[in-house]
Design a protein. Structure first.
Length: 254
């Protein structure tokens, strides 16, 4: 249970953990992210982002917060570097390193030509049962890590919400199918708000209640803003409906 809560916290933080709409002339800047549940803080992150030409690098720290920290103390670091392709981010190296309670975990993914070349998990994942959907080589083509997947290289706001984002976190492969949100669902701070439908592809247990909820019942909204001076949109706010309530993520420039 603790491991699942830690993974949920990490997923919530990194979903919005990319560059905010600051001036492209600033090569390096910092953004603070907060995650809340029922209005109570459950997580925070500070990330430093750098763009140079079509290259990017993002690195930072995250931690559980508030009442969540009482039950599950989580602290970690995350980083990714790569470049922007014509229609999606092209990560090169992604690393997630965190401690949850007494357990320490690390995931490192190396990409080549838009596909996963190597995955390292420490400790190694346990042997899975018959209900496990394994990740095959074809699942790892044209994918991105959770940190850079929602960096969208588009020039037109109308293009933002009409795409499928393929994400791989070192264990689970999933698609986020974006479509325009209804008028009553939009975030006031975002130029564009998308509905996101979670589609598990591989690396998960069939029948797992949390996966089924995210796939069949969860309401996910992601708000994007353009990065000034670039044909690029990035998330600034998100809500994710889970079995225990809706997680709300906000970004604030520092």
């Amino acid at each position: 249970m603790a491991r699942l809560r830690a993974r949920a916290l990490v997923a919530a933080i990194v979903l919005a953990g990319v560059a905010s709409p600051l001036s492209a002339a600033r090569e390096t800047y910092r953004v603070q992210y907060s995650a809340s549940l029922f209005g109570l803080p459950i997580g925070r992150a500070v990330l430093e982002s750098r763009f140079e030409g079509r290259g990017f690098a993002i690195a930072g720290r995250f931690a559980s917060a508030g009442i969540a920290r009482i039950f599950d103390r989580t602290d970690g670091t995350v980083s990714v570097n790569g470049w922007m392709g014509e229609s999606a981010s092209q990560p090169k190296e992604y690393t997630l390193d965190y401690k949850s309670g007494k357990k320490t975990k690390k995931t490192a993914i190396r990409f080549a030509n838009g596909s996963v070349a190597e995955t390292e998990n420490r400790p190694e994942r346990k042997k899975r049962g018959k209900d496990w959907v394994p990740v095959a080589r074809e699942h790892l083509a044209d994918v991105a890590d959770p940190l850079s997947a929602l960096l969208l290289p588009v020039s037109n706001a109308a293009e933002v919400c009409r795409r499928t984002v393929k994400v791989y976190d070192g264990e689970t492969r999933a698609d986020l199918v974006l479509q325009p949100a209804a008028k009553g669902e939009t975030f006031s701070r975002a130029a564009v708000t998308c509905r996101a439908r979670f589609v598990p592809v591989a690396g998960y247990r069939k029948g797992h209640s949390s996966i089924k909820y995210l796939r069949d019942r969860s309401r996910i909204l992601v708000g994007f803003q353009p990065v000034e001076g670039r044909d690029l949109y990035s998330p600034v706010e998100a809500t994710i409906a889970t079995k225990i309530g809706t997680v709300h993520i906000r970004a604030r420039p520092m």
